[in-house]
Design a protein around this ligand. Structure first.
Ligand code: NAP
Length: 281
């Protein structure tokens, strides 16, 4: 299978590294359907992964004041790419985000299902939800929503590196995505040309406190941080808007025979690998 990846960023590069010669990582900044069609016709892929997006730098608060760029990268570009894929007759797997959901779902277990409606307020999350609304109407398109990527490879985008670098942290509980599992699931979704929305999160939930306890045990016993409340995060000026914290139920992967490791097992194994990778640096 030949996979064409759009989005030369954290996840695009992680997928390219995992898939090797099977994947081509495009360096094109797509601004029109014709841009995307040219690139697709040049590479003749069996499937396309859209790992492009605008998350804001240094963080998502940037999007609150850069609405046009945020909508361009997270709503308009995915629609243009989807139009190009439709015209070329190529399957598209688009990367969505679980941050379109805020708080508890209306279901008894409080977890959000793939077909639940999003309830986002921040600009970034609204732009991602808008793309999901449009792309989920199209044939030959899959949407893979991830949450809080965790990996054994040190990187500024890795939740382990992020939490380890913050002096003050909120202890929230979330669904998360272990990247070793994610690249494997994406590969299978692309192979199966699986349509519709998928929650690509490991079964179970994780608290920030659990991740940092493992970090202390396996990576840096001298690590310390202060714990603060979600209200203090905004009150102390550490974030402009409250962050999305939620649980995602992954109900559709199983329909395609795809499984992910329970988060507790995957997190420990990932932290052990992370410790080895860090000490080899
Ligand atoms: N990482 C996370 O925590 C997370 C969580 C949930 C969902 N996601 C989603 O996963 C996807 C990948 O995220 P990431 O962490 O890899 O982000 P990233 O590191 O910021 O990479 C995104 C890449 O997309 C590129 N891009 C922006 N507009 C583009 C366009 N019009 N055409 C082609 N490329 C364009 C960016 O290039 P420039 O920087 O040069 O503009 C950047 O290289 C995004 O859709 C994001 O919303 C990420």
């Amino acid at each position: 299978m030949k996979i064409l990846i759009f989005g030369n960023g954290y996840i695009g590069n992680r997928c390219k590294q995992a898939w090797g010669d099977e994947a081509v990582l495009s360096r094109m900044h797509v601004q029109s359907k014709h841009d995307a069609l040219d690139e697709i016709r040049k590479h003749q892929p069996d499937a396309v992964l859209n790992a492009a997006g605008v998350k804001g730098r240094p963080n998502v608060d940037w999007c609150e004041d850069h609405q046009v760029e945020t909508v361009d990268g997270n709503t308009l570009m995915p629609i243009l790419l989807a139009q190009a894929c439709q015209e070329a007759g190529v399957y598209l797997l688009h990367m969505g985000s679980g941050c379109i959901f805020y708080g508890d779902s209306p279901h008894e277990d409080h977890a959000w299902r793939e077909d639940d409606f999003g309830n986002p307020a921040p600009v970034y999350s609204r732009a991602k939800w808008a793309a999901d609304l449009v792309l989920s109407t199209l044939p030959n398109v899959g949407i893979a929503r991830i949450r809080m990527p965790i990996d054994w490879k040190p990187s500024p985008g890795n939740l382990i590196d992020k939490l380890a670098s913050y002096p003050r942290i909120i202890d929230v509980e979330n669904s998360v995505t272990i990247l070793d599992d994610m690249v494997d699931v994406f590969r299978q979704l692309l192979e199966k040309k699986a349509m519709g929305i998928f929650h690509v999160t490991n079964p179970g939930t994780m608290r920030h406190r659990e991740l940092l306890a493992l970090y202390k045990e396996l990576v840096d016993p001298s690590h310390t941080n202060e714990w603060i409340s979600s209200e203090e995060l905004v009150g102390q000026g550490l974030a402009k808007k409250g962050r999305s914290n939620n649980f995602l139920a992954s109900t559709r992967l199983a329909q395609f025979g795809i499984t992910m490791r329970p988060v507790k097992d995957a997190l420990r194994e990932t932290m052990e690998k992370y410790a080895r990778a860090r000490s080899a640096l």
